[in-house]
Design a protein around this ligand. Structure first.
Ligand code: SF4
Length: 300
């Protein structure tokens, strides 16, 4: 963040990177991916130096394509870690076995996404168990999108697996596009009724989205999408009215290779009032307080 603020120097603390692989139907569209035209993954490797120079300490590799299907993922993770940037991975878990034992162990955390649309077969559970066992120091977690008609049996399987295999948590989160019709309290009662240990479950409803305002989080935690552009937040695809369901140009901050120039602009907040659905208002309010100038600081 820029020097006008009362705390911090200019840096991108935690970035999200979306490598390109086959696209999840509800994820952002990878227009152009982190692969260079010569198909060497050069773009991704070049960005690592830029992140480092900006003081980035941690990075989440997430969707826009399923990360383990990105052919250079292992090299990218290795290089980030060599540059003292911690890496977290968000994945659907299906192709985690494509990553070597060494790469898995380099992750700080890994969150595996599930939903009522997925199955949790015995075969899948066994393959996941094998992966988790080779990297016991990784903080493993599940995130499960609960719909208005939840698949109770599957949720119990996920919660039980997490409990048995020492996961840090299971986030049961209401479907973003239908959160008003998701009853997580009822879900909790049903899980408890059947005797499943839910001590690691975080039941996370959704706050009603608000119209955006001065936005700081986009500079602190920008999203680098698979088209090598920087977007304001991972809610960008739902922020406009109607939701674009892809990363919109209006919320694009520029090319990822200009991240340093984008960080320069963090002297002033991004005008988030064009966002009709912001899920990060509380973060922005907190950041606005942190960055406001305190007069007569000696009396505080
Ligand atoms: S949705 Fe919220 S966090 Fe995202 S760009 Fe708009 S104001 Fe910022």
């Amino acid at each position: 963040m820029g020097g006008r603020h009362s705390c911090g120097t200019r840096y991108v603390h935690d970035a999200h990177v979306e490598p390109a692989g086959p696209r999840h139907p509800r994820a952002a569209t990878p227009v152009r991916c982190l692969r260079a035209p010569d198909n060497t993954g050069r773009d991704a490797f070049e960005l690592i130096g830029l992140f480092r120079s900006l003081g980035t300490r941690a990075l989440t590799i997430t969707g826009g394509g399923e990360p383990p299907e990105y052919p250079y993922l292992e090299g990218v993770i290795d290089r980030f870690v060599q540059n003292n940037i911690q890496v977290g991975l968000v994945t659907n878990g299906i192709h985690l076995d494509r990553l070597s034992r060494d790469t898995l162990r380099r992750l700080t955390w890994c969150r595996i996404s599930h939903s009522d649309e997925r199955t949790f077969t015995e075969e899948y559970a066994q393959s996941l168990e094998a992966i988790v066992c080779v990297a016991p120091r990784v903080d493993w977690a599940f995130s499960y999108v609960v719909t208005a008609e939840p698949n109770e049996e599957m949720i119990r399987k996920v919660v039980h697996f997490a409990d048995v295999h020492g996961f840090t948590h299971v986030r049961l989160v209401a479907d973003l596009l239908d959160y008003a019709n998701v009853d997580l309290e009822r879900m909790k009662k049903k899980i408890n009724l059947r005797g499943t240990n839910d001590s690691k479950v975080i039941y996370q409803g959704r706050n009603k989205p608000r119209v955006g305002g001065p936005c700081f989080i986009c500079f602190l935690k920008p999203v680098v999408a698979a088209d090598c552009k920087v977007y304001t937040c991972c809610g960008a695809q739902y922020a406009l009215d109607p939701p674009s369901r892809r990363m919109p140009e209006e919320l694009c901050l520029g090319s990822a290779f200009d991240l340093d120039k984008i960080a320069e602009r963090s002297y002033y907040p991004f005008p988030g009032d064009i966002c009709k659905r912001c899920y990060y208002s509380e973060y922005n309010r907190l950041l606005a307080d942190l960055f406001s100038r305190v007069e007569h600081v000696n009396f505080v």
